[in-house]
Design a protein around this ligand. Structure first.
Ligand code: URA
Length: 288
């Protein structure tokens, strides 16, 4: 695909787009052996030889985002020590290494996002960023308005009170009913435990939305690559959450005077890996 020369240089991670424009204007960039000073020049990074100061640009692996409709009976991990079917069995033909963003239970189904972009995956999973996940659920019995109110306010689980949720009744059957629940956390078996707490065990659970993505009519067991628009929406979502968190940190630093004397400084600890442990484990395993 043809792309503006300055973008190709910036995407290689060498410099910013602005700096790349300066270099182009200074005659430091060649395309297929010829100096190019025209900023609007379009090149195809797959076919054209772009060099800066006589050196080839570094190859950057493409960013991959895909969504999978996981059926029940598959582990949402890439491998399983117990030998059960995993989502790897469904990702036939995906040439690059991708990792699942979050989990779904073995008996749950629905939307799973997979990517090779660790930073975006990590941000989407971080509870601080409150990315919404919506589940369509078949439960035993019919939820009362009080039970819905309790779920929306937060219910006490063994690992603490759940955050605010949105619960909608969808339809009722003879003995069971369907509800849609949107939460912003991702604790283990969270939705099942929430519904169990109000006396309505889950019979079936499908994740239908994740952040800005919708499962829509993707057939069960199939995957598809995100469109550019969808990938950009995810990037924008992460950016807006990062900005909101940074702004709230900045304002709490401005308004909250220390109420206790500041403790003596501790010796600096080495920085922990920015990746969640599971992600790091997967990365190590895949790259071993
Ligand atoms: N909550 C659950 O209980 N299970 C899932 O698979 C996802 C959310």
């Amino acid at each position: 695909m043809e792309t503006r020369l300055q973008k190709v240089i910036a995407d290689s991670g060498l410099v910013s787009r602005r700096k790349a424009e300066e270099w182009i204007a200074q005659g430091r960039v060649t395309v297929n052996g010829r100096v190019v000073r025209e900023l609007g020049t379009k090149v195809d990074p797959e076919k054209d030889h772009v060099k800066v100061d006589g050196r080839h640009l570094k190859e950057v692996p493409p960013q991959v985002f895909l969504m999978l409709n996981k059926p029940k009976g598959y582990m949402s991990s890439l491998s399983d020590p117990a030998g059960r079917p995993t989502i790897t069995d469904l990702l036939v033909g995906v040439g690059l290494r991708v990792f699942p963003v979050g989990r779904l239970d073995y008996d749950s189904e629905g939307l799973m996002l997979l990517t090779n972009q660790g930073e975006i995956a990590q941000a989407l999973l971080h509870p601080r960023y409150h990315v919404a996940k919506t589940y369509l659920i078949k439960v035993k019995g019919v939820l009362t308005d009080e039970e819905i109110g309790a779920l929306e306010k937060g219910v006490e689980l063994e690992d603490g009170l759940t955050g605010p949720a949105v619960v909608k009744k969808i339809r009722k059957a003879k003995e069971n009913s369907w509800v849609e629940i949107t939460i912003h956390e991702g604790r283990k078996h969270q939705v099942k435990r929430m519904l169990e707490t109000v006396g309505h065990p889950v019979i079936k659970l499908t994740r239908v939305r994740f952040g800005s993505l919708s499962l829509a009519d993707l057939p069960r067991g199939h995957y598809r690559y995100l469109t550019d628009r969808e990938a950009n929406q995810l990037r924008a979502l992460v950016r807006s959450r990062q900005e909101a968190v940074a702004a709230s940190h900045a304002s709490s630093r401005r308004v909250a005077p220390p109420t206790r004397p500041t403790p003596p400084a501790r010796p600096a600890r080495p920085a922990r890996s920015a990746r969640p442990a599971r992600w790091a484990k997967l990365s190590r395993r895949r790259s071993a």
